[in-house]
Design a protein around this ligand. Structure first.
Ligand SMILES: *[C@@H]1O[C@H](CO)[C@@H](O)[C@H](O)[C@H]1NC(C)=O
Ligand SMILES: *[C@@H]1O[C@H](CO)[C@@H](O)[C@H](O)[C@H]1NC(C)=O
Ligand SMILES: *[C@@H]1O[C@H](CO)[C@@H](O)[C@H](O)[C@H]1NC(C)=O
Ligand SMILES: *[C@@H]1O[C@H](CO)[C@@H](O)[C@H](O)[C@H]1NC(C)=O
Ligand SMILES: *[C@@H]1O[C@H](CO)[C@@H](O)[C@H](O)[C@H]1NC(C)=O
Length: 450
């Protein structure tokens, strides 16, 4: 009689298990490199697992990794020409080796002439007559491992097998933070890290980032999770998200994929206000132009300070200086790359950063407003007899491809959610105003494998 009971017990206890294990949320710490002002995520890669930092690229479609500097991993695989993954490349070349095949060359493996792609290329105009080509490189898959999470602390590490990467030569890393060995693509492409994870683990096609600016603690990325996003002392930032549609540039800005929409994230900015002062600029600059994909207001982690097209910058700086004068800020000689700086002693500090004019980014005709205080608008420059607070919005030139690029400084200590199911962008008010910050996620647990 004991046997059927035993059987029944196991049937019931095992049944829910596949459902529990399917939807998995992951997290990774986000570090800021204070020399370059760029961000990277800390992950594990390869077999056996090794820690690695990858440049955080919100708009990237395809991740890449240095394959030429002692790459040693038993789970490294070249992607073959007839594999399902190869179909996701609009441009691919089947390669054969000139000499005997090695770990970085196999016959019948795919070479991509689209990726690796440097983030900066998407801010340039494509010159169709004289296109800038990327190095053609192999496409490989290998293991990526991230910590799982319940939204409030880090859990065990879990392997994600067959994550696609383009190989790069070591010198391709130039211009990125010194400790990175590749790039983590978070763009709206099926091969990006969040969408690959969501597909493998049946998790929501939603990820969030919370960038930290301090040297005291890292920020965090949540992948495959709509929340909770809990920061010490028990503040769930998912509860205060405000949403606006995510927009996509109809023109990707790449020589190979120019007929496809962009993988980057844009928001429908309709106006900018500084305190009660409207920043007067030609809003038709923001409309997408179909040939080169000029226009739009983009969210980018590859620029430290917001970039504004010259005429927008001049109007913005004028309005900011007018409001700053009312706070008795004293203008000082500006230092590169900034155009406007104030004497440090004339700017008062609060718990949430310098007391500065407030910048309001308005979407949907003012129905949705993203409020940015001094912590997200001003940069302290303190060195050898200089003590300044500078305006962290920079002149992006006369005819940039993207007239408004919202940069890292603007995003720090706001939780930002990219919801690719509902095609919407969620943002919170500054975490500092909610008694926490992006550096207060509990990463206490060790790197044990699940
Ligand atoms: C690669 O790693 C394996 C196992 O960790 C080791 O036995 C082997 O010597 C390594 N090879 C190289 C070229 O470093
Ligand atoms: C991306 O994945 C989605 C959902 O799995 C699928 O519907 C879509 O066709 C894919 N897009 C491309 C370009 O392969
Ligand atoms: C506004 O910008 C558009 C697009 O660049 C341009 O065609 C138009 O002439 C500009 N209008 C003014 C008043 O400058
Ligand atoms: C600015 O300075 C004026 C004159 O010294 C003073 O009356 C005013 O209160 C100051 N304003 C602020 C915001 O500190
Ligand atoms: C962080 O999480 C660990 C368990 O993973 C817990 O023991 C610790 O108390 C937490 N720390 C805070 C500050 O909540």
């Amino acid at each position: 009689m004991a046997t059927p009971l035993f059987f029944v017990f196991f049937t019931f206890s095992l049944l829910p298990f596949p459902f529990l294990s399917l939807q998995t949320a992951f997290i990774a710490p986000i570090h800021k490199d204070h020399n370059s002002g760029l961000y990277s995520i800390s992950v594990h890669v390869k077999t056996p697992l090794r820690p690695a930092n990858l440049h955080l690229d919100l708009g990237g479609a395809f991740s890449w990794i240095d394959c030429y500097n002692h790459y040693n991993s038993s789970s490294y695989r070249l992607v073959k020409c007839n594999s399902p993954l190869s179909d996701s490349f609009n441009h691919r070349v089947c390669s054969s080796c000139i000499q005997a095949p090695t770990s970085i060359c196999a016959n019948d493996a795919i070479f991509s002439d689209v990726y690796p792609e440097k983030p900066s290329i998407r801010d340039e105009y494509v010159d169709y007559l004289n296109p800038k080509l990327t190095d053609s490189e192999n496409v490989v898959t290998d293991v990526l491992a991230l910590s799982t999470t319940d939204g409030s602390r880090s859990g065990l590490l879990r392997r994600i097998s067959n994550m696609p990467f383009a190989c790069v030569k070591t010198n391709f890393l130039r211009g990125l933070a010194r400790n990175v060995i590749g790039l983590a693509a978070l763009g709206r492409a099926n091969e990006s890290i969040p969408l690959t994870i969501s597909a493998k683990f049946n998790s929501p096609r939603i990820f969030a980032i919370c960038l930290s600016g301090t040297r005291l603690g890292s920020g965090v990325a949540f992948i495959g999770s709509k929340g909770p996003y809990v920061f010490s002392p028990n503040v769930d930032l998912s509860k205060s998200l405000i949403y606006t549609p995510l927009l996509f540039n109809p023109q990707s800005g790449s020589i190979y994929t120019n007929w496809l929409p962009s993988y980057e994230y844009y928001i429908g900015l309709s106006a900018i206000r500084i305190n009660n002062e409207a920043v007067r600029f030609n809003t038709s600059l923001l409309q997408f132009e179909p040939v080169h994909g000029r226009g739009g207001a983009k969210i980018s982690t590859s620029t430290t300070y917001a970039l504004l097209e010259s005429s927008i910058y001049r109007a913005f700086a004028t309005a900011f200086m007018k409001e700053a004068a009312m706070l008795n800020f004293t203008l000082a000689n500006a230092v590169e790359p900034f155009g406007v700086c104030f004497e440090g002693s004339s700017v008062a500090m609060t718990a949430a950063g310098p007391r500065a004019p407030v910048v309001y980014l308005e979407m949907e005709k003012g129905k949705v407003v993203w409020k940015l205080g001094g912590r997200n608008s001003m940069v302290r420059i303190k060195k050898l007899g200089v003590d300044l607070w500078c305006l962290g919005y920079v002149n992006g030139g006369e005819f940039p491809r993207t007239p408004i690029v919202i940069g890292g400084l603007q995003m720090e200590d706001h939780l930002l959610q990219f919801d690719l199911e509902k095609h919407r962008f969620g943002f919170t008010s500054s975490a500092l105003l909610q008694g926490t910050s992006c550096s207060k996620f509990n990463f206490s647990s060790s790197d044990n494998l699940l």
